[in-house]
Design a protein around this ligand. Structure first.
Ligand SMILES: *Cc1c(COP(=O)(O)O)cnc(C)c1O
Length: 367
């Protein structure tokens, strides 16, 4: 028995007819760059996220890069973020010439610990990039208070948390800018690459739209520096179809996570959800002291797992010039050794969940 981490082909076969129709429509229209499909997808996403403006771009990484450009973040600026994340937010901070300043995580949610942010704020601090890891929002109220107090911008990296809520408030209702990724592993995944920048600020939205296409005002009048960051029309057409399924897919993810929790809670440390939060479980992560051995055991039994993320960012070679060292962010370092993500996608069957849970319990000799 093989249980893969994801089932992209199975998912495609279920919605094949609609997807193929959408693709064919784009190809026969002859309009393959931006156009109606992209605009309609942006409108649908703005509505889904309850945000006024949504600008589709070609990846989540580009979305972060453009957000920093739009906020004029550059050399000399400091941006507070988490060392326990995919590298993209930190990498983009470096690429615009600014300095990432890390703050350790909360041990139970894996998200940045708001209580440790204020001591890192200096007169160079311009923004905070929060990463809503695995599908649970960061504790945003204290962060919003700090941002107001010190006049900082907030960028929400929501690549893993489309549809998540914090105390009845939706993702992207806290930050000045929100970013999404449509990488195939995300809750809403393209058949290729994609991303999005979301904001309620009209001025920022206009600027971001210009940056998306070389700062072009039209007719090759360039007023700011930008790049080519357009989302492909084909991907927009695909994503527009898939968005209709997202509410059901999120419920399916939550049901699977609840089932895992029920079966595993006495054996391993299952995801902790803060009071009042709606977790969307883009990634279902358990925490165990003997992670590498358990992973190997599951691999041998045909169960594919992943580690998000095995090395905290402050220990990455490429960031050595930030001069962080081992021991600087003890919780991030500890969790990087303990986290293990189990297969979780909307098509995971009850039988598969039970096999996975039983295999883990056998490993720990509790059954
Ligand atoms: C996936 C991801 C990104 C990057 O998105 P891409 O579309 O792959 O560029 C950024 N941040 C986080 C937290 C992610 O999970």
């Amino acid at each position: 028995m093989q249980i893969p981490f994801l089932e992209l082909k199975k998912e495609y076969l279920l919605i094949k007819k609609e997807i193929n129709t959408a693709i064919e429509k784009v190809l026969t229209s002859g309009k393959v760059v931006l156009g109606k499909e992209v605009e309609e997808f942006e409108e649908a996403m703005a509505k889904f996220c309850d945000v006024q403006y949504a600008i589709a771009v070609n990846s989540g990484t580009t979305a972060l890069f453009i957000s920093l450009l739009a906020l004029n973040i550059s050399a000399g600026d400091e941006i507070i973020t988490t060392p326990f994340s995919f590298i993209a937010p930190t990498e983009m901070i470096k690429l615009v010439g600014a300095k990432p300043v890390f703050v350790d995580i909360n041990a139970s949610t894996f998200n940045i610990n708001p209580e440790k942010i204020e001591e890192k704020i200096t007169n160079k601090t311009k923004a905070i990039i929060v990463v809503h890891l695995y599908g649970q929002l960061v504790n945003m109220v204290p962060i919003k208070n700090l941002a107001d107090k010190y006049n900082l911008k907030i960028i929400e990296d929501g690549a893993q948390a489309l549809g998540a809520q914090y105390k009845n408030q939706k993702i992207f209702s806290f930050g000045h800018i929100g970013c999404l990724s449509f990488f195939p592993t995300k809750i809403l995944g393209a058949y290729g690459e994609g991303g999005m920048v979301l904001t309620n600020d009209l001025k920022l939205a206009n600027k971001i739209r210009k940056i998306r296409v070389h700062g072009d005002e039209g007719r090759y009048e360039h007023i700011i520096l930008g790049l080519n960051a357009r989302l492909e029309t084909l991907q927009a057409a695909i994503l527009k179809v898939k968005l209709n399924y997202v509410p059901d897919w999120i419920i399916a993810r939550q049901n699977i996570a609840n089932k895992y929790n029920e079966l595993l809670k006495n054996t391993v440390s299952v995801p902790f959800v803060e009071n009042g939060n709606v977790h969307v479980y883009n990634i279902y992560t358990i925490c165990v002291p003997d992670r590498d051995q358990l992973k190997k055991y599951l691999d041998n039994k045909g169960i594919q797992t992943q580690i998000y993320y095995p090395k905290p960012l402050h220990l990455q070679k490429v960031l050595a010039n930030l001069k962080y060292k081992k021991g600087d962010f003890p919780l991030s370092e500890k969790k990087a050794k303990e986290v293990l993500s189990l297969p979780l996608h909307p098509l995971l069957s009850n039988e598969e969940i039970e096999i996975i849970a039983t295999t883990i319990k056998k490993y720990y000799r509790v059954i």
